[in-house]
Design a binder for this molecule. Sequence first.
Ligand code: FDA
Length: 297
Amino acid sequence: MPLVPKAIVKLVAMRYVAGEDLESALATVADLNTGGCLATMDILGEHALSGEAADQTVGEYLEVLEKIRSGDLNSNISVKLTHLGILLDYDGAVRRLGTLVDALEPNDNFLRIDMEDSSLTESTINLFREIRGKTPRVGTVLQSYLRRTESDARALGALGANIRLCKGIYREPEEIAFQDPDEIRESYIRSARALFESPDSFVGFATHDRALVKSVLELVQELKIPTDRFEFQALLGVPVEDLFKELIEQGYSVRWYVPFGVDWYAYSTRRLKENPKMATYIVRQMFSPRRKRPSPS
Ligand code: FDA
């Protein structure tokens, strides 16, 4: 991927991003809402390089919350702790997260702390626990590739937590993470079961894996979980519209993750790497004689 010119990556990658500015993202959310879907808005960016940059991110998220409310949109927000500067200054990131959490009540909204690589699992869960003690308007994410996740799911489920359950996107060592796709799926279902042991938890099933969605549907039917205790989630641009349409028709809630902003490169390259057709797209873009010249941005 680093060998592919950034302009080419951009041509293909923008399918995963709602645009570079807030207005484009709000328009995407409005369209999704019209189609009966919910959204979670994510300002692209991770690893803030300075406290000032992290403060600016907070200001941008406050604007997002305000626009969601004034536009009467159905979307919450997803936030990365590294974007709030947790690797620069832990206390500063906690303070910034606190500013966002304080804005949730007046905007009647909800914030989910995305989960990053395993060096941040413990601090993310601890911080989440601390804030969850004060407000139910926050949730976080568990990754089923981590061996610890079933146990975390049981513990956080007992708090009545709102958890997004995904497989996990970062490369993690065998000692702490399952590597085999079937083991990751089995851990996903065990963790979902553990989350549902509590009657108060809520689960966002974030996966595009059709077999796994089928297993989730079997699980919720077996456990007789009411439909207001879970939802399905997908990333903008991943072609699962048909599956989501079917889920909506069956009465389930679905939510799209809507990332936007100028820092699209790291996010999009992660998405491209997990797309089995990525190589074909890129080669086609690079060698098609009818290809337009990519813009230099
Ligand atoms: P899998 O990777 O097996 O994909 C299943 C099928 O979906 C593939 O065969 C392919 O057909 C299709 N597909 C998947 N990705 C595609 C793509 N990019 N383009 C085209 N087709 C694609 N991770 C994390 O570590 N922390 C987090 O906070 C989050 N947050 C998050 C939110 C939401 C809403 C989603 C859906 C996912 C995340 N993830 C995440 C990412 C997650 O951990 C995982 O890496 C991806 O969802 C891919 O895993 P799947 O479960 O979709 O299965």
